[in-house]
Design a protein around this ligand. Sequence first.
Ligand code: AMP
Ligand code: MG
Length: 323
Amino acid sequence: MAELNTVILSDSARGLRAAAGLLRAGELVAFPTETVYGLGANARDDRAVARIFTAKGRPVFNPLIVHVPDAAMALELAEFSPAAEALAKRFWPGPLTLVLPRRPDTGLSGLATAGLDTVALRVPAHPLAHRLLEEFGGPLAAPSANPSGGVSPTTRAHVLDGLDGAIAAVLDGGACPVGLESTIVGFDRDTAVLLRPGGLPVEEIAALLGRPVDTLTTRHVTAPGQLQSHYAPRATLRLDAVGAASDEIWLGFGPVASLRPGLNLSERGDLVEAAANLFAHLRAADALAAEAGLSRIAVAPVPDSGLGLGINDRLRRAAAPRF
Ligand code: AMP
Ligand code: MG
């Protein structure tokens, strides 16, 4: 595949016009969202969507999240149950993805939905993502802008680390404020099912619906592509560590200090701060390990509630055996 000259576009009106023009021409443009950087393609263009899978090395049975500028466009693409509508009203724009029955004749690429009769939809809250979607004027398929299986990007530099030369452009919007991918919710009849914990705490969803949200393990609903090994740095991870051994880099949470070199997700034990730091710190810990000739990162325990549910999901996948 010919190397592209990946251009960096600024958040100016000109940068946005250029980004939208490239998307219309079927090219790939990475853009910031409040969760992580997305790798955008015109969701109605099969060839453009196919390029996402090539650039990322992503398995094609793994469907993509379709990003839209507002709920009105989402309503044209999918059928909303009363519960889905309530969630969209309360949490969009924001880090919530809804998996809903796809309407016929939406023109969406079958690759974006992996041939399923459902579609995953999200209205992102990042101002630049929103302006890009408005300027483009249609749905954008956008997974995280990194090679498949690796650590998600939360800065322009992370995007270029993995995809420089493989995509047309990256729209620079600084660091992503939430830092964790969206929470994905599907439905089994009218019961909400958590398909992936993420940037919107599931407790907030349960509070709005007035009942607990089911999890995948208690339901038959499947989320294709929730691969066990994912978000993986080069070094291996040891989770729930109380400290780092002499051959490990330390990734802390809370005030516990370690004499070993390392980083802390949040010294004050703040899950919002830890989520925002997670992927950048995994990359930095990986670089420290490589510099020191070490191959392991010891990670402190993180509480399993609120954003901690999403953080622990990502850490477990990053630590999973790789095949
Ligand atoms: P991402 O890799 O962040 O783009 O997230 C995409 C994930 O959303 C996939 O790996 C699936 O787990 C989930 N997803 C997308 N579309 C669907 C769908 N139609 N049904 C169930 N899960 C979906
Ligand atoms: Mg990803």
